[in-house]
Design a protein around this ligand. Structure first.
Ligand code: GLC
Length: 543
């Protein structure tokens, strides 16, 4: 079966179609001033590492002025850099160097909510119910005789009610933390403000935006109840994310916003793009965010959610490629990000998890489309599961007991002692502690080490960039393979690249696909073919 993707465009403006984008969680990437917190100058110093790794672009999580209640996804000033991360001049120096190295920069934009410290929200709190200041947010009167009940049954994604009452008796909506009040996107000033913010960063040379909670900005008219929540039935509304309809997500009107944004992006040269972090009921509804008059990409989290089984991967890949054919835009493959448990751990942790994660990387990087890597996955970092509770900073932890801190531990760069070169020489600080096992996983420890995960990523990315079969979008052809084995080909002229992944419970002999180019585990010769161990992947080349 052949699944093809339309018109493999590779001109500069279409760079994002087959790019490998590396997500930098700014706070945890590299600390240049020794305060234990990553910063923009730290990124700038490490650009050569990223260049050598072989990625095309970086996506930077929010570095704007913020009280950091939600790791910077609570923005108080959208046009400035938080002093913790540096200043605008540092941003400009970083992007200039990145561009000189051929690396593009995507920044995060957080339009669904501001920080409660944003001047608009402090003004709204100081103003009276019904005032123009309150109209930029979603204030409402409560239910019951004295208005002491929230306006509806909506639940915060971080747990608990999505409404908080202010001293004069009104309530305001926050789909996330109370420190992240939702904006009213039916208000023209809100729309105008964000269009201006886009231009502010486009003028500073950014190549794209990752749109946070891109499905959330419009809420159903009348703010209707969902009908259940964890307080009433014990069932959390967030269970419906990606599976069902909620009155506060994926409303049709949200698309008007992106139809207004696209001409702004298109008015700048060089292919400025936007990728949505969006959750919708079906892949079809997710695909509606993508198109020539809306956004360029939407993350497909189905690949990340696939379980470690050949059937599960095959299904997700086929669905994603079929969707991308319909919308004429490439799939975005993601295995990990700053919100989800790292895939080494999801796949079983320890040695097994790492073997599988390495195989998954070769699977992902052989697929057509754009791949998003999360910092540290190239080192095979696992989730840190045993962080002391008092160090955890994720606001969701206090409300639900679930914490995303374990995937946000600072990157180990070098040396014998934690934090392993995260800061300048001699610095012992890091905002979350790295486990002692990470000494062996540092960039320095893995560089030049045959068989290391870092060298595996480097090799795979080098081939991805230079191999004719992987250089454009092309399509894939599934091959007949035994149970638990995934095998597909990509072709260019006479050259064929075959990717095979063994997810069965026994080694398999793979024969007839040519010479191995890169493998996630050691192959041995057997019966004239190659023996592919359990939980491993290989790329072959044949002419
Ligand atoms: C997105 C971000 C997440 C953040 C939330 C609220 O899901 O990825 O980190 O907590 O939005 O802004």
């Amino acid at each position: 079966m052949t699944v093809s993707i339309p018109s493999p465009l590779t001109s500069d403006a279409d760079w994002w179609r087959s790019a490998v984008v590396y997500q930098v969680y700014v706070r945890s990437f590299a600390d240049s001033d020794g305060d234990g917190i990553g910063d923009l100058h730290g990124i700038r110093e490490r650009l050569p590492y990223l260049r050598e790794l072989g990625v095309d672009a970086l996506w930077l999580t929010p570095f704007y002025t913020s009280p950091m209640v939600d790791g910077g996804y609570d923005v108080a000033d959208y046009r400035d850099v938080d002093p913790m991360f540096g200043n605008l001049a540092d941003f400009e120096a970083m992007i200039t160097d990145a561009h000189a190295l051929g690396l593009r920069i995507i920044v995060d934009i957080v339009p669904n909510h501001t920080s409660d410290q944003h001047p608009w929200f402090t003004a709204a709190l100081a103003a009276a119910p019904g005032s123009p200041e309150r109209a930029r947010y979603l204030f409402a009167d409560g239910k019951g005789d004295d208005g002491a009940q929230p306006p509806n049954d909506w639940e915060s994604i971080f747990g608990g009610p999505a409404w908080t009452r202010v001293p004069d008796g009104q309530w305001y909506l926050h789909l996330f933390d109370p420190a992240q009040p939702d904006l009213n996107w039916r208000h023209p000033e809100v729309r105008a403000e964000f269009e201006d913010i886009l231009r502010f960063w486009l003028d500073r040379g950014v190549d794209g935006f990752r749109i946070d909670v891109a499905h959330g900005m419009i809420k159903a008219e009348g703010l209707p109840d969902v009908g259940f929540n964890s307080m009433t039935t014990g069932r959390r509304q967030s269970e419906l994310l990606g599976k069902g309809r909620l009155p506060y997500f994926d409303q049709d009107e949200v698309h008007d916003i992106y139809r207004a944004w696209r001409p702004i992006l298109d008015s700048y040269p060089g292919g400025r793009m936007a990728v949505a972090e969006a959750w919708a009921e079906t892949p079809q509804r997710l695909a509606r965010y993508i198109g020539p008059d809306e956004l360029h990409q939407a993350f497909s989290f189905d690949f990340l959610d696939a379980t470690w089984s050949a059937d599960s991967f095959r299904k997700v890949i086929d669905t994603a490629l079929a969707e991308s054919t319909i919308v004429g835009a490439p799939t975005t493959w993601v295995l990990s990000n700053h919100d989800r448990q790292r895939h080494v751990t999801r796949y079983g942790d320890g040695e097994i998890g790492l073997r599988r994660a390495r195989a998954a990387a070769l699977l992902m990087l052989a697929l057509p489309g754009c791949a998003y890597l999360y910092q540290g996955e190239e080192l095979g970092l696992p989730e840190v599961l045993d962080l002391p509770d008092e160090l955890r900073q994720d606001p969701a932890f206090l409300r639900t007991g679930e914490s995303r801190d374990g995937c946000r531990v600072p990157i180990p760069w070098s040396g014998e002692l934690a934090p392993y070169g995260f800061g300048p020489a001699g610095s012992e600080l890091s905002w979350l502690p790295a486990p002692t096992t990470w000494r062996a996983l540092s960039v320095a420890a893995q560089t030049g080490t045959p068989g290391s995960t870092l060298e595996l990523y480097r090799a795979a990315l080098r081939i991805r960039h230079t191999h004719p079969t992987l250089a454009d979008l092309g399509g894939i052809t599934w091959l007949e393979s035994g149970p638990g084995v995934l095998a597909f080909q990509r072709e260019a002229g006479d050259t064929v690249l075959t990717c095979a992944v063994n997810i069965s419970d026994a080694p398999v002999v793979i024969d007839g696909y040519g010479t191995p180019l890169v493998a996630s585990a050691t192959l041995t010769e057997r019966d004239g073919g190659h023996l592919l161990p359990v939980d491993s992947a290989v790329w072959f080349e044949r002419h």
